[in-house]
Write a protein that binds this ligand. Structure first.
Ligand SMILES: Cc1cc2nc3c(=O)[nH]c(=O)nc-3n(C[C@H](O)[C@H](O)[C@H](O)COP(=O)(O)O)c2cc1C
Length: 331
């Protein structure tokens, strides 16, 4: 049955969603997600105690996480019933942000499969508006609150205010679409200060989300700084910055299977260099159960994806969980 749903979704994606202009495809997809109670249909999830994963001391029913992109709590609530072991919010900023003008997301067909390039620019209603909405959200699975700032004060305000509403907090210092957030990777000393202060301020475990564009500096300076600051979870990582003349900013973040080899390499190198001193969320290009199995085997604590949710549909999580359960049953 899951195979049939996956095949039908492919027809829908290739025939309709993939052909509509991107803004209409996004509006259509999100309207369907809000309107139809997919989360009440058991086929989209699978509970099995063998899949339980502990991340930063928080128990996840399984190691599959929806990566940061949605702030709408109707969609986050829906996603919590779609097989994910945890769900991440879009990165919230202190003030409302309209995001970059359209076109701010385009599809790409790479040799590895369908992907996206976005220059969303953190379109979100800002801290004050999002807080009551998150406070009203029921956590069917753990919620990871993602935050993005340009100064240490931004991060402190965001974490103090939003951390109590989530189960974990993800500190995004890596989105390539706003200069000041992306620049954190070139200021490791300041970043260490940010992480240290957040470590004291946050009542929830912290995750630092890194950019695949700074592998060397991540390994040499940023991860050691995070560890010294007491951060024990690294999400590796965000989109890869590329030129894309169709976007309003002429540049954006590439996501989808083209970046999977870098995700795997960064995971392997980080695990080798830092051993069990940290927990790793591997993100970037995951769109099949095989890729998840590979990442977990290579030392990922959990695996997250966003583009695969769009290109392969909401059934992908269940397909992954089936493969993981089958593999664990053989052990
Ligand atoms: C439209 C769009 C918006 C995104 N917004 C955020 C964000 O707000 N914060 C963040 O940390 N990552 C954001 N991401 C990055 C994803 O969370 C993820 O790290 C990246 O897309 C790579 O994973 P994937 O190949 O599975 O999509 C966004 C990605 C896309 C495509």
């Amino acid at each position: 049955m899951t195979r049939v749903i996956a095949a039908l979704y492919r027809v829908l994606y290739d025939g309709v969603l993939g052909r509509l202009p991107e803004p209409r495809a996004i509006a259509f997809g999100q309207a369907v997600l809000r309107a139809l109670p997919f989360d009440r249909v058991p086929i989209f999830r699978r509970d099995d105690p063998r899949l339980e994963t502990v991340l930063g001391g928080v128990r996840l029913p399984n190691p599959i996480i929806l990566a940061a992109q949605y702030y709408d709590t109707a969609i986050l609530e829906r996603a919590m019933g779609l097989g994910f072991g945890a769900v991440t919010t879009k990165s919230i900023t202190t003030n409302p942000r309209p995001g970059h003008p359209e076109p701010n997301l385009v599809r790409v067909r790479t040799a590895a499969g369908p992907g996206l390039v976005n220059c969303n620019g953190f379109q979100n209603p800002g801290l004050e508006q999002i807080r009551p909405r998150l406070a009203a959200l029921r956590h069917r699975v753990p919620l990871i609150v993602s935050v993005a700032g340009e100064t240490v004060e931004d991060y402190l305000t965001l974490v103090t205010s939003l951390a109590p509403l989530g189960d974990l907090v993800e500190v995004n210092v890596s989105s390539p679409n706003t200069r000041l957030v992306y620049e954190w990777s070139s200021k490791p000393r300041e970043l260490r200060d940010v992480l240290e202060r957040l470590g004291h301020a946050s009542p929830r475990p912290l995750i630092v989300k890194l950019s695949p564009d700074f592998a060397e500096v991540n390994e040499r300076e940023i991860i050691p700084a995070a560890l010294e600051a007491g951060v024990r979870i690294v999400n590796y990582g965000n989109t890869r910055r590329i030129d894309e003349p169709r976007l309003s900013q002429r540049t954006g973040g590439l996501s989808g299977p083209e970046i999977f080899p870098a995700t795997l390499e960064n995971l392997r190198n980080t695990r080798k260099r830092f051993g069990p001193s940290l927990q790793l969320i591997a993100t970037g290009g995951v769109d099949t159960p095989d890729k998840v199995e590979t990442l977990l085997r290579e030392g990922a604590t959990a695996v997250s994806y966003f583009t695969g949710f769009i290109t392969r549909g909401p059934i992908l999580a269940r397909q992954i969980l089936d493969v993981l359960v089958a593999a664990r049953a053989q052990k």
